[in-house]
Design a protein around this ligand. Structure first.
Ligand SMILES: [Zn+2]
Length: 451
């Protein structure tokens, strides 16, 4: 995981000094060329900001990036002047659901809400991904939808009929009887059913898949009751079968897992962990030794006190208003509930310790659409520098969930998913709310409004 980012960085530095003009000229179709002048550039690799950079975008990809004095702008290129801004890779949300809107209903109620008519699901998706895009998110890594709606939405965005971030779809939830997920998909039991489900999702176009491994019952009268120590809703042979089938197909497995369930997932060979709650030193060491990172999902914890979607749809003027509302709900929830405040402190300690040990800490909204900047603020509260929080949201997130050869950094060959911030987010992370420019795959998506 770590090694890939390093390789990429080296490649990017090499590419910065050598523009592959011959290769570009040989391209079969004429592609639009855009030159972006960046006053400051944070490339997402973890490197500090560089002043006065130029990015050349040809078609949907980055062709070159480097010092303004070293990169020549091709004749006829459209020039986008962002010399007054901090330019950075678009944000990667590494734990996203497209259709859910979490609020004060129960968790199970939300998941059952995913079983509404597909037309309603898609209406929500259109809305939610617009909000994500306006917050600077240019890629979403989906971790469970229903009826392949994420695959449909992914195609609609790729066609250009729908504004939205690049969607990496996971297809339908895979879960067991008595496990976690919508009722319709809590049905897969036994190694061969696992393999069949994986193959069906793959046939429909899933990019990767998520297993929901839980150490306790998640439905019915036994909801919350732990299984025997070291057990989960899946047997080991079921987890092994699913992971093996995914890897046979050449795609990645991620797993919803907290506490000891993380051990089951990591030992079965999953590529990344979602949530990764209740960490201890042993589990951090285990992830580190297997080069597996985890995706922290903090803001979804507001769901039991959060009922603000009407504000987003009808009142919020811009993403700053939305983030401010999120902060307010969060602060009130902490002030009103001592045990919540204590749980938060415990978790911040786990995040800090993970980073110190070198475990990859990524972040995701888990359907709190538009709140990636708040996830970044949470890392800063845990003791990350603002630059480390930016890296977590971009290059490192992409690396943890296996997207780093396509997105997450500003480097030659990658998709031109680029945003600009009015301010210096590497000094004050709250500046992330000032998104001034958004490009996805070379297409300028700036100027969307909530209404
Ligand atoms: Zn989730």
């Amino acid at each position: 995981m770590r090694t890939r980012l390093t390789t990429l960085l080296t490649a990017a530095l090499a590419a910065a000094s050598a523009v592959p003009a011959a290769a570009a000229a040989a391209a079969a179709t004429v592609q639009e060329v855009t030159a972006i002048r960046a006053g400051r550039l944070i490339d997402g690799s973890g490197a500090t900001a560089r002043d006065d950079q130029v990015i050349i975008v040809r078609g949907e990809r980055i062709e070159a990036v480097g010092d303004a004095s070293a990169v020549s702008i091709p004749a006829g290129a459209r020039v986008v002047d962002l010399s007054g801004y901090t330019v950075m890779p678009g944000i990667v949300d590494a734990h996203a659901h497209l259709s859910i809107r979490p609020d004060i209903r129960t968790l199970q109620g939300q998941l059952e809400g995913m079983e509404q008519h597909d037309a309603m699901q898609m209406a929500r998706i259109v809305r939610n991904i617009r909000v994500q895009l306006m917050s600077g998110v240019t890629s979403v890594y989906v971790v469970g939808e229903v009826h392949y709606n994420d695959i449909q939405a992914s195609q609609a965005v790729a066609e250009g009929v729908l504004p939205g971030p690049r969607i990496y779809p996971s297809g339908n939830f895979i879960s067991t009887t008595a496990g976690h997920g919508p009722a319709e998909y809590r049905t897969t039991n036994g190694p061969w059913e696992m393999r069949t489900f994986v193959r069906q999702n793959y046939e429909m176009g899933a990019h990767h898949m998520k297993l929901t491994i839980t150490d306790r019952a998640r439905v019915g009268p036994n909801n919350g009751t732990p299984y025997a120590p070291g057990e989960s809703n899946y047997t080991r042979e079921e987890i092994d079968a699913a992971v093996n089938e995914l890897h046979r197909l050449g795609i990645e497995a991620t797993a919803h897992a907290n506490g000891e369930s993380i051990r089951l997932a990591v030992e079965a060979g999953v590529n990344s962990i979602q949530h990764g709650g209740n960490l201890n030193e042993d589990l951090m060491d285990l992830m580190l030794s297997h080069d597996v990172g985890f995706v922290n999902t903090y803001t979804i914890g507001y769901q039991s006190v959060f009922n603000e979607w009407g504000f987003l749809d009808n009142e919020a003027g811009n993403i700053r208003d939305w983030l401010e509302r999120g902060r307010k709900v969060h602060e009130r929830a902490l002030a009103e509930n001592e045990s919540r405040a204590q749980r938060r402190l415990d978790r911040l300690g786990q995040l800090r310790r993970s980073k110190e040990k070198g475990v990859g800490v990524g972040i995701g909204t888990d359907s709190m659409h538009g709140f990636m900047p708040l996830e970044m603020e949470n890392l800063v509260a845990a003791g990350f520098t603002p630059l480390e929080a930016i890296t977590a949201a971009t290059g490192l997130n992409a690396e943890i969930v296996g997207l780093d050869d396509e997105v997450g950094t500003i480097a030659a060959g990658l998709f031109a998913d680029i945003i600009a911030i009015d301010g210096r987010p590497d000094e004050d992370i709250r500046d992330m709310g000032n998104v001034a420019f958004i490009m996805v795959g070379g297409r300028n998506q700036t100027g969307l409004s909530f209404r």
